[in-house]
Design a binder for this molecule. Structure first.
Ligand code: ATP
Ligand code: MG
Length: 251
């Protein structure tokens, strides 16, 4: 049983001229393993900033507050250490890793996170199984990470990582955007398989309630102006779809 605790988190983005532009204005959120939280909010409200800040992207400066995973200070850890501690981020725009094949990348990541290399005999089968379940062509294993992948293929690859790495906390930043109807269902099923273990907590950032019908969240948070302004159950997502953010933006 794990708990990710975000308390009064304040974050600025570092501009090229060295100035700091405040984005997160005090975020409070607690996620326990087995729980699924959805965050919805207008463009530019800081959702990806929250995801990147937890993962440790150097572009963001933490100016206040705290993030802990089972009491451990996440913000004091390097990006690697955060991944090893059990944090996982599926990025809104996954990056290409030229010269590194999917198979090598996953094996290296798995080794780093588990502290030992996966057994050769079982690993190949595990990888093949994960690709099959996400209906990915086995040829992807030999391609360079995200190089020339279509938008939807990048997202499936993120979910394949999720299934193989079994993190304690998974942050999925718009994993549903750009997916065709079938892919959305395949990706959702992947998330639900990990979810069913009860060992992983999820933070699902999305603009659409469609994915929330496949992956029913326990909690929905409305994110506006760098903080959470409203919280509710899955019905809040439906309400937002009908009413938009006007009420919260002007509040
Ligand atoms: N280098 C930068 N210079 C200026 N502003 C920046 C920079 N990087 C990020 N920002 C601003 O930070 C704000 C928050 O961005 P963020 O990507 O977190 O939003 P978001 O909620 O994820 O939006 P979306 O729904 O469109 O993905 C935006 O207004 C963005 O323009
Ligand atoms: Mg974003």
């Amino acid at each position: 049983m794990s708990t990710l605790e975000i308390r009064d988190l304040q974050v600025s983005v570092k501009l090229p001229d060295g100035e700091l532009k405040p984005i997160l204005a005090g975020v409070d959120l607690t996620i326990k393993s087995g729980e699924t939280h959805a965050i919805m909010g207008p463009n530019g409200s800081g959702k990806s900033t929250l995801a990147y800040s937890i993962a440790g992207h150097p572009k963001y400066e933490i100016t206040g507050g705290s993030v802990t995973l089972d009491g451990q200070d996440v913000l004091a850890l390097t990006v690697d250490e955060r991944a090893r501690a059990g944090l996982f981020l599926a990025m809104q725009y996954p990056v290409e890793v030229p010269g590194v094949s999917v198979a090598n990348f996953l094996r290296t990541a798995k080794t780093a996170i588990d502290g030992e290399a996966p057994k050769l005999r079982t690993w190949a089968g595990e990888l093949r199984g994960a690709m099959e379940k996400l209906q990915m062509d086995p040829a992807f294993a030999q391609r360079n990470v995200n190089e020339g992948f279509s938008g939807g293929e990048k997202k499936r690859h993120e979910i394949m990582q999720l299934e193989l790495l079994k993190p304690k906390m998974a942050i999925l930043d718009e994993t549903d955007s750009g997916l065709d109807i079938d892919a959305l269902q395949i990706v959702s099923e992947g998330v639900n398989r990990v979810r069913a273990t009860g060992d992983t907590g999820f933070l699902l950032i999305t603009h659409y309630t469609r994915i929330l019908r496949y992956i029913k969240p326990d909690f929905v948070h409305v994110f506006v102006g760098g903080r959470i302004v409203e919280e509710g159950g899955s019905e809040l997502g439906e309400r937002l779809e009908a009413e938009g953010y006007k009420k919260f933006v002007n509040a």
